[in-house]
Ligand binder design. Structure first.
Ligand code: BES
Ligand code: ZN
Length: 649
């Protein structure tokens, strides 16, 4: 066990939130299960704000986006046109304001009543906001039904990564992929980059003949690789789910509705690792109603992918680091699949309500894991996450410990505190499940997904729905005060449900024996350990071990150089803290090979704490940087800069 006590705000445990009632109203509800968001009345819609977008969804909303793009690997650009079909909510509006970042805008046109395109005046703001990018204002005095923008992306687009052939598994062809969440879609398409706006889309993309292009749309497993691709996404999605990838990609089916896209050398092991995907879909459908997105395919990206997974509709993007051979990390797929309900179907209306996506999804993920792999496994995963939360919470980050954040608290939406939105969010759901009973709570969630299907909602809308369909429906189970404490206060309520994990009790005992007299757990036992057991074994170690202990563990279990990134994520920081410099070479190699932020940042953060470590971090970063995604580069640079600006310890 970690020694960091759970930071419980006493005030939080006692106080009832006063701010709960003053939330900004978000997207008004439209009829249940409708895939075409009805136009909101202008007066209501005008109140909707997203501090992370320049666009004015209260005045006008994009209902459809048509892309026509050329993909150029040599120039590292996408260029062409974006055509918006617009719903003018405000009959007096005279401008269309779009979000952009590092885009070159060639022209803007409006479709006239005569059916002809005519130029529109436009202006890119003189200064770019570091977080939000550059506002694009198009003069639209006649509120045309359609507007078309001709543009080119920058090779440094924050939402795209362009990989040289050497950075791919096959080493022969270049590769590119997008990561639009949270606000990076604007770096590859000028658009209303806020989840308040939902639109269907089509795309026509040209690319070199040997590159397969895929999008978060109706990819055809049998599509001819001819350099000319067309896509359609008929369901309305928020901008952060817009996705594209291109490279030497081939397909292998898992079921007739699900399959894997990957480079040729990766597709087989990936399909084997993810063989349970069909069962996961069945499990989720049984609990929460039909999967509404047609196919569910997984695209395995190169190791530089900055996240574990991304729930791009119909085409989850996944890191190759979860392919470890024993299916022990497939909760990632359960998670991204779960977003097909919590996130993609019912979406947060602004990033400060991120828990509505990630917290509910982490809960659903755990239910799928429990159903498929049993409670011991799902409980281990909960314990690991909750220990991380306990380690992450401190007095300084209390504003970010609130599920429903207030405007202004979240500067950069990429900085959301993950233990709050994921783990506290899921814990809140588990709390409700326990109090109301699983059967009632399952019915509630299913009803919630149906009620808000294809809509973007706020925490307040969730709270109102829960009051009517849980708290008031089953009186005496959870008070409004308890509910509000979870939603609006920092910390975790002291009566939050706890997990008992007998599997981890055995691991704790094994670790204790090792720490007492160096006894190593028997290979009979460790032979059966999965990733979760190893992670817990290492995470519960004291802050540092002596060299003899480190050597003994390494000799027995070969942690240094492990191909399992989850184990590396825990072992290398311990090695750095313990001065176990024998691991330095392997650490450097790991940090160069993997770009997934969660796996590598703990080691960077540990390295930068000492002058020698900082040197290794900087030297490694210099070599790794050309292969890192812009998001990862940003995080590593910030860790190094942060350490350098601090006085030496
Ligand atoms: N939607 C997230 C990824 C994300 C969140 C990207 C916020 C950008 C901003 C995705 O569903 C996710 O949660 N990925 C996790 C995996 C998971 C199993 C918790 C990750 O990448 O680690
Ligand atoms: Zn997620």
């Amino acid at each position: 066990m970690r020694h960091t006590p759970l930071m419980l705000s006493l005030a939080a445990a006692l106080a009832v939130s006063a701010c709960a009632k003053n939330e900004t109203p978000a997207t008004p509800a439209t009829p249940a299960a409708s895939s075409t968001a009805a136009a909101a009345p202008a007066t209501q819609a005008a109140a909707v704000t997203d501090e992370h977008s320049f666009s004015q969804p209260g005045k006008v909303r994009t209902t459809d986006l048509a892309l026509d793009l050329a993909l150029d690997f040599a120039k590292k650009t996408l260029s062409g046109t974006a055509t918006y079909t617009l719903d003018w909510l405000d009959p007096t509006a005279t401008q269309l304001v779009l979000d952009t970042r590092d885009l070159t805008i060639a022209k803007a046109e409006g479709l006239g009543a005569d059916g002809k395109w005519a130029p529109l005046q436009f202006k890119l703001a003189d200064t770019a906001d570091k977080v939000l990018g550059t506002k694009l204002t198009i003069e639209t005095p006649e509120r045309p039904k359609q507007v078309r923008v001709t543009y080119t992306t920058s090779p440094n687009a924050s939402g795209l990564q362009w990989l040289e052939p050497s950075m791919t598994a096959g080493k022969k062809q270049p590769f590119m992929f997008s990561q639009s969440q949270q606000i990076h879609a604007r770096s590859w398409v000028p658009l209303q980059d806020t989840p308040i706006v939902r639109f269907s889309y089509t795309a026509h993309v040209t690319a070199p003949k040997d590159a397969m292009v895929l999008m978060s749309a109706d990819n055809d497993p049998k599509a001819a690789r001819d350099g000319d691709y067309s896509f359609k996404m008929p369901q309305k999605i928020p901008s952060y789910l817009l996705a594209i990838a291109a490279g030497d990609l081939v397909f292998q089916p898992i079921t007739d509705k699900a399959g894997v896209w990957a480079e040729p050398g990766t597709v087989k092991p990936a399909a084997t690792e993810f063989a349970d995907t069909g069962k996961m879909i069945d499990t989720a459908e049984k609990l929460y109603g039909p999967y509404r997105w047609d196919r569910y395919d997984i695209l395995v990206l190169p190791p530089s992918f900055p996240y574990g997974g991304m729930e791009n509709p119909r085409l989850t993007f996944a890191t190759p680091t979860v392919i470890v051979g024993d299916k022990s990390l497939v909760s990632l797929i359960a998670h991204e699949l779960a977003h097909s309900w919590s996130g993609n179907l019912v979406t947060f209306s602004t990033a400060k309500d991120a828990w509505l996506n990630e917290g509910v999804t982490s809960y659903v993920e755990n239910r799928i894991v429990e159903a498929l792999y049993g409670k011991p496994r799902s409980d281990m995963e909960l314990v690991i996450n909750r220990n991380e939360l306990k380690a992450e919470y401190n007095e300084e980050n209390t504003p970010l410990q609130k599920l429903a954040g207030k405007p202004g608290e979240l500067k950069d939406p990429d900085d959301n505190l993950s233990s709050t939105v994921y783990t506290k969010g899921a814990w809140f759901m588990q709390f409700l499940e326990q109090r109301f009973g699983r059967e009632n709570f399952d019915a509630f969630l299913r009803g919630y997904f149906d009620h808000f299907a294809f809509q973007s909602i706020s925490s307040q809308q969730f709270a109102d729905y829960a009051k009517a369909n849980l708290l008031d429906k089953y009186p005496g189970k959870v008070t409004q005060e308890e509910f509000d404490q979870w939603l609006y206060e920092p910390g975790v309520p002291s009566d939050a449900p706890q997990i008992a994990s007998p599997t981890f009790d055995a691991i704790d005992a094994a670790r204790k024996a090792f720490l007492e007299d160096g006894t190593l757990p028997s290979s009979d036992a460790t032979g059966k350990w999965t990733t979760q057991e190893w992670v817990h074994f290492i995470e519960g170690m004291p802050t540092t071990l002596n060299l003899k202990q480190m050597e003994a563990l390494d000799a027995a279990y070969k942690f240094t150089g492990t191909p399992n990134g989850e184990i590396a994520q825990r072992w290398y920081p311990l090695a750095v803290r313990s001065g176990y410099t024998q691991a330095n070479e392997a650490i450097s190699a790991f940090l160069q090979k993997i770009g997934r932020r969660k796996l590598i940042m703990p080691t960077y953060n540990e390295l930068v704490k000492t002058p020698e470590g900082l040197k290794l971090a900087e030297a490694t970063f210099a070599k790794a940087k050309p292969g890192y995604h812009p998001i990862t580069t940003g995080s590593v640079q910030a860790a190094i800069d942060g350490a350098k600006s601090k006085p030496a310890q």
